[in-house]
Design a protein around this ligand. Sequence first.
Ligand code: MG
Length: 315
Amino acid sequence: MGYPQIPAFAGAPGVIRLIGHRGARGVLPENTMEGFEFTLKTGVELLELDVTTTADGVAVITHNHRLTPSMVRDAEGQWLQATPPKVSALSFAELQQYDVGGLDSSSAYGRRFPDQAFLSNIRIPRLADLLALLQQPAHQGVHLLLEIKSDPDLLSDTAARRALVGAVVSEVRKANLQPRTVLHSFDWDLLADCQRLAPEMPASFLTQLPENAADVGEDSSKAVNPVAGCTALDLPARVAAAGGQFWCPYYLDITADSLSLSLARDLGLTTVVWTVNEPEDIERMIDLGVDAICSDYPGRVQRLLLKRGLHWRAN
Ligand code: MG
């Protein structure tokens, strides 16, 4: 089947696509409406975001399963202490008491993003809030790489996984944004559910080889990613065999050569690399000819593309 979403993410002569990771995490708080609005204002039309659900079944945009002390303040403005609650244990109303507008600069996670603006009174948004923004006439060209975060504590819980997929898909359908949404996950069982429940949206298979380190200060998805024993050269065929349309490798997994990329191309996969932030790494990904680059610093990618006479949009 021809998916209308794919051309928006596919490279073309003179074009490498640019995806704002969690909005533009390097400069504004991640997975917030403020971050998404900023990213759209900079002319980036592809947004990556992370979604899970609250105890009352509301699809919300946040990365970690547990509120994270380095990036969450309580109603009194204090950084959370050890053993904060899981998002899935709170109602949406309870979740709204927390402020996600800044990073604790003394934390390992905060040190990774020294240029991120520090805001206050910023709330974890509902998926519906972002979808409503994208229904506005100015944003008709915007597409989503919507990552669904499966809870590692519930990996064998088929019903929980399907409820999560169902909650996300029903929001996207309510907003009639299926033609502009790609469903994205490290959890390939969850993607199989996506393909069954929402065949109108392409499935995007994230991969990270075990030898490359997980990111400091945030939830790792390695436990749910079935790529043990693989090399980069094995991955395109695995994704294609699972029925995927997108392959999303960790950028360090494919730095060595471009063979895995040509295998992916031959299999008809769109290749999106994540999360590419340093100028020399961005340059290397441009040289390799990926379809799309997902970055915490979309402005850096814009400037490096323009310097080479390339663009992130086709027109
Ligand atoms: Mg993500």
